[in-house]
Every structure is written in C-alpha cells, then in structure tokens.
Write a protein that binds this ligand. Sequence first.
Ligand code: AMP
Length: 112
Amino acid sequence: MATLFGKVISREIPADIVYEDDQCLAFRDINPQAPTHVLLIPKKEIPRLVDATSADQALLGHMMVAAGTIARQLGAGDAFRLVVNNGAQAGQSVFHLHMHILGGRGFTWPPG
Ligand code: AMP
C-alpha cells in the first residue's frame, strides 16, 4: 500500500510541489519548521535511508544535487540544513525516504 508520500507522487494527495524531475519530487512541508521547509523524496519507494542499497547510489547522489538546486531556487542556497530522520526513534513519521530542506533562519548545533 502506498504511503502518504506515494500518494503525493501519484497526485492522490495535493501538495505544493516546488520541484520535480524523473527521479524525485519536492514539496512544501505541511507543518513548516523554518520559513523554507521542503521535503525531497525519491519516486522510488524506499522506506528508510538504511533500506537503500548500492543500486540506489546514483539516485541518492542525484537527490543531494537536487537539494542544492532547490535550496538555491528558493533563495536559501547560502544557508540551509538537510535532515534525514531514519526510524521512529529518530523522528521519522512517514516511511518513504525523504530529505528535509530547511532554510530562511539560523540553526543551532547539536540538533535536538
Ligand atoms: P519525518 O517526521 O521526518 O518523517 O517527516 C515527515 C514530515 O512530513 C513532517 O515534517 C510532516 O509535517 C510532513 N507531512 C506530513 N503530511 C504531509 C503532507 N500531506 N504534505 C506535506 N508534508 C506533510
């Protein structure tokens, strides 16, 4: 059964899409934690980062480059944070791999 993000890809659930290519899709987070908060997802269903294999290497590299392109397009190219929560204990709530692209404010370290 498709996850929530699978349904965003198939357009069963509406989303504010800011970027799309043949391998990935990015849309604004419904509960933004920064002025810019976008979720970047692969079109391939990979539940968690740890489920990715060497077959996904090019896809993950593609997404990293896309993340920079998206941040730049949204005016956050000089200061943004990329977050991948892997597993419920790390804060993952949707089990379709996604990168959070956060920008438009300052960030502290370490993260909570
Ligand atoms: P995570 O907790 O890392 O799994 O992130 C899931 C993110 O998905 C959260 O930041 C949610 O606010 C976001 N989210 C949940 N449902 C939607 C939706 N329908 N459209 C956009 N973002 C969503």
